[in-house]
Design a protein around this ligand. Structure first.
Ligand code: SAH
Length: 251
C-alpha cells in the first residue's frame, strides 16, 4: 500500500482561535487566519473547518463569507473536549533561533504540557521572543491535532526555578555525564525534563540540581546530543514509558 503523503492533509483545516467557542457562535477572522482560509486554501462559503480555543475543545465550523481580508464562520458542532495531555514540562535553556523554533515545534507535537525557558550560566541567548514561540506552538498544535496548547512560561533563572521546585514533580535532569537511562527513570505522574544549553551545565549548577530532592540525573545514551535533539529524545522516551503513547489512539 502506498504511504499516505503527509501533505496535503486528508482532514479538514484546523485553526486555533483566541475567542471562546460555543454552539451556534458566529465569528469573524482577519489577519493571518483569514488569509490562510480565504487565500491560501481558497475556501469559500459552505466549506468546513475545525476550530479549537484551548478552553472548550474542538468544534466544527462552516464558512459563511470569505473575503480577501475577513472570513466569517458559524460554529456548528462540538467535536471533542479539550484533552488532558500528560503532565510533562520541558525546561530548556534557550538555544539559537533555528534549533529553538524546531524544539518548540517538536515538543508540541510530542505532547508536552508546559514549556519553560530556563536561563543558565552558559545560556548564550539573552532574549527569548515568547510571541514567536507561542506562534510556533500554535501552528504545531493545529497541524498535529492537539486541542490543548502547551503553556508557555516566562523565562526563569535556574537558581530561582530550583529554589521554588514543587516537591511532587519529578525533575529529570538530562546529564550528558551520565545517569539512569531516561526510559527507566520515567514514571507516570507530574514530571519535568531539564535540558542544558549547548555549553552544558556548570559544576555548580549540576550540584544545585542534584540537591533538589525530586531530581534524578538521566542519560540519553553514550553520545553527546545537541540540546534540541536531547529534548526530542527525552520527550519521546518519557511519552513511551510514562505518557500516552501506549494507550490506543482516539477513535
Ligand atoms: N556539555 C556539553 C554539551 C551539552 S549538550 C559540551 O559542551 O560538550 C546540551 C544538553 O543536552 C546537555 O546539557 C544535556 O542536558 C543534554 N544532553 C546531550 N547529550 C546527552 C546525553 N547523552 N545524555 C543526557 N543528556 C544529554
Amino acid at each position: 500500500m502506498p504511504a499516505t503523503p503527509a501533505w496535503p492533509p486528508s482532514s479538514l483545516p484546523r485553526l486555533f482561535v483566541e475567542q471562546a467557542l460555543s454552539d451556534g457562535l458566529s465569528l469573524t477572522l482577519d489577519g493571518a487566519p483569514a488569509n490562510y482560509l480565504g487565500n491560501v486554501l481558497r475556501l469559500g462559503p459552505g466549506a468546513e473547518v475545525k476550530l479549537f480555543d484551548d478552553r472548550t475543545g474542538e468544534w466544527l465550523a462552516r464558512i459563511e463569507e470569505a473575503g480577501r481580508k475577513r472570513v466569517t464562520l458559524a460554529v456548528t458542532r462540538h467535536l471533542r473536549p479539550r484533552e488532558e495531555v500528560p503532565d510533562l514540562w520541558l525546561l530548556f535553556a534557550p538555544v539559537k533561533r533555528a534549533p529553538l523554533d524546531w524544539m518548540i515545534e517538536k515538543a508540541t507535537e510530542l505532547g508536552v504540557a508546559r514549556l519553560v525557558p530556563v536561563v543558565t550560566q552558559r545560556t548564550v541567548v539573552d532574549r527569548v521572543n515568547l510571541d514567536r514561540l507561542r506562534a510556533i506552538s500554535i501552528e504545531a498544535a493545529e497541524q498535529c491535532d492537539r486541542a490543548a496548547l502547551p503553556e508557555l512560561a516566562e523565562p526563569v533563572k535556574l537558581d530561582k526555578l530550583l529554589k521554588e521546585w514543587p516537591a511532587e514533580r519529578a525533575l529529570l535532569f538530562a546529564d550528558e555525564e551520565g545517569g539512569e537511562p531516561l526510559q527507566e527513570a520515567a514514571k507516570p505522574g507530574p514530571a519535568a525534563i531539564l535540558i542544558g544549553p549547548e555549553g552544558g551545565f556548570t559544576a555548580e549548577e549540576r550540584e544545585a540540581i542534584r540537591a533538589v530532592p525530586s531530581a534524578r540525573a538521566v542519560a540519553l545514551g553514550p553520545r553527546i546530543l545537541r540540546a534540541e535533539t536531547a529534548a526530542l529524545a527525552a520527550l519521546s522516551l518519557w511519552m513511551a514509558a510514562a505518557g500516552d503513547w501506549s494507550r490506543p489512539p482516539r477513535a
